[in-house]
Design a protein around this ligand. Sequence first.
Ligand code: EPU
Length: 438
Amino acid sequence: MATVLTIRGGVPLTGQVSVRGAKNLVPKAMVAALLGSDASVLRNVPEIKDVDVVTSLLRLHGVEVVKEPQTGDLRLDPTKVKTAQMKDIDAHAGDSRIPILFCGPLIHAIGEAFIPDLGGCKIGDRPIDYHLEVLRQFGAVVEKREGGISISAPKGLKGAKLSLPYPSVGATEQVLLTATRAEGITELSGAAIEPEIMDLIAVLQKMGAIITVQTDRVIRIEGVRDLTGFKHRALPDRNEAASWASAALVTQGDIYVAGARQGDLTAFLNTYRKVGGSFDIDDNGIRFYHTGRKLSPLVLETDVHPGFMTDWQQPLVVGLTQAQGVSIVHETVYENRFGFTEALVRMGANIQLHRECLGSVPCRFGQRNFLHSAVISGATQLKGAEIHIPDLRGGFSHLIAALAATGSSRVTGIEIINRGYEHFQSKLEALGADFDVH
Ligand code: EPU
């Protein structure tokens, strides 16, 4: 039977939570271990579903994944890597988007890869055309099969001059994981440069890769024949940190996020301050709090790094329902990341969605039929409602809306939150939230 969370709102969240390794780095560093000729050790690994999915896929391919019981560190040994049974891989169809990143490393290790149909949050079409195009340019042959795609490289993978139409995080990682052991030089222009990508580059450099990040989103990789294992501590999850920061704002609370790092959150911190949230930074984390004064509306556009990240948008929108006046948010990364506002409107928020680009720069969704701009008028008192969680960040946003609302909310679909928020129920409990789980 599905788990139901009953939340009684109105309690300011107060206390401390810790964030560990980033969901958007850890599974990819695990995939990188496949490229090594000996074992790797990954530290600061959170207990989230995306890590479980990748662990299971690696094991199917013969990689020994051992979790150190005390610390949770992962030891990943790829020395017995092998072809997996298609039906076993297929059982993971729809679980996550990470499997697409197995392509390059598996071709280097065993000459072929079968990738199941992908999962991940339903926040847009989320195609994989950039991934397949760069793989083809490396010399891979891509065939559509029932339940997934099959990829091989009969003539080996060769470095190439590549250019992405948009700085996609996943496609940049695809290039990094494929090019490091491809023959010759790869030059990628239009690359994404998110902190998680820089951390993946750090992992690959420890393994022996030669990667230069140049100006203007150009990354140059000199292929090497062999890589070793790595020992690495994953960078902290800045998206989880920003989510707890918004939770403090929305519930008029005060949360110290241990592990949060200023350098990864610059754009978020500027916005948080403009809305009227306050923060104190020390060497071990960041304290985020509501000052008790009214919050201010703002005009905001999501963007690729170093801009305001799309994953911060959803929790912050809940904060903007509590700001005095009209805010405008233009989502330029995903065409369909405002679906979660439907529940907020039912809870009493005043939010209108628009197809136009309500921002300073027209984005690639402007002349199409996507509701990708939001106008939020506040402040509105939120009230409890029945909520079914649609996606990871939207779901967390619903939780914090319910925690700030008057009355109680009945929330289903909370399993999705476990994909990216480690132990979120015990963290909520530690912060004083009033809820039951049945
Ligand atoms: N895109 C294409 N074709 C492709 C790949 C991407 O058109 O082949 C488009 C996407 O549809 C999207 C844009 O390019 O409109 C950017 O997508 P990107 O490839 O950058 O996203 P991703 O790699 O699939 C990662 C994170 C997301 C995060 C984005 C943007 C992981 C596992 N996921 O997704 O995180 O929002 O980068 O920074 O790293 C989340 O954590 O909740 C989450 C969705």
